[in-house]
Design a protein around this ligand. Structure first.
Ligand SMILES: C[S@@+](CC[C@H](N)C(=O)[O-])C[C@H]1O[C@@H](n2cnc3c(N)ncnc32)[C@H](O)[C@@H]1O
Length: 222
């Protein structure tokens, strides 16, 4: 993956993260061996802190792989928390279950093999955090679905928001155009406030707000 941040800076940030369970190191090695994309420890630590600081009790993940990002969320959630993992590769979810079990986190997890968007459409109740990491061409579909399913003040987070820097390309392939469209939809959505953090491959963080909340920002609507 093309890096958006200098290697030295990335390493520096990682050296200044808190200690993490060995299981997470093992999952990182597995991802490297299999060349499988995971969010990595910087984003993971952010997820744990976000879940803990918002008291998140319900998290929905679209595209969970073998559960690395889900482990981080679950580590920050209270004992009664619930996290839904989805992936169309059921074998990956079985591995996720085994990793979660080793950290006694599997009691919080519901594993749903199949199309993440179909499961998300069928999901009942409100979520505190929605994490989107599916195939990029489907990103724009997630915006309204997530807005409907998040509680007020809840977060929609999407990985790969800068897509290796390709969002700046004049000629965009399908995946890049979809990520770019997602970023536009979020930025223009009156029901979200947002920021794209240039961590790893870019992390879009959006918070659900009252539809007229933006009117109260100083200088807006004067
Ligand atoms: C980038 S990986 C997920 C990594 C994981 N979030 C982590 O950081 O540990 C993307 C995963 O999403 C799955 N996926 C992609 N599109 C999907 C879809 N529409 N429905 C279900 N799973 C999907 C892929 O099988 C893959 O395992």
């Amino acid at each position: 993956m093309a890096k958006l941040i200098l290697d030295g800076i990335d390493d520096y940030i990682e050296r200044h993260l808190p200690r993490r369970p060995d299981v997470l190191h093992e999952m990182e090695s597995l991802a490297a061996d299999e060349d499988f994309p995971i969010v990595g420890p910087q984003v993971g630590q952010f997820f744990r802190m976000l879940a803990a600081s918002t008291g998140a009790k319900r998290v929905f993940e679209l595209g969970s792989g073998f559960g690395y990002s889900a482990v981080w969320f679950a580590l920050g959630m209270p004992a009664e928390g619930e996290i839904v993992l989805t992936d169309h590769d059921g074998g990956k979810l079985e591995r996720a279950d085994s990793f979660l079990s080793r950290l006694w986190l599997n009691g919080k997890a519901e594993l749903l093999p199949g199309d993440a968007l179909a499961h998300f459409r069928a999901a009942k109740g409100e979520f505190d955090i929605v994490f989107n990491d599916i195939d990029k061409q489907h990103y724009p579909e997630v915006v309204e679905l997530a807005h409907e399913r998040l509680r007020l003040g809840g977060f929609l987070i999407s990985d790969n928001a800068l897509w290796h820097g390709r969002v700046l390309d004049d000629e965009k392939d399908e995946a890049t155009a979809a990520v770019d469209e997602y970023n536009r939809l979020i930025a223009e959505h009156e029901g979200f406030e947002n920021v794209i953090l240039p961590v790893r491959d870019g992390l879009s963080v959006a918070r659900k707000i009252e539809l007229d909340e933006s009117l109260w920002l100083p200088g807006v609507g004067d």
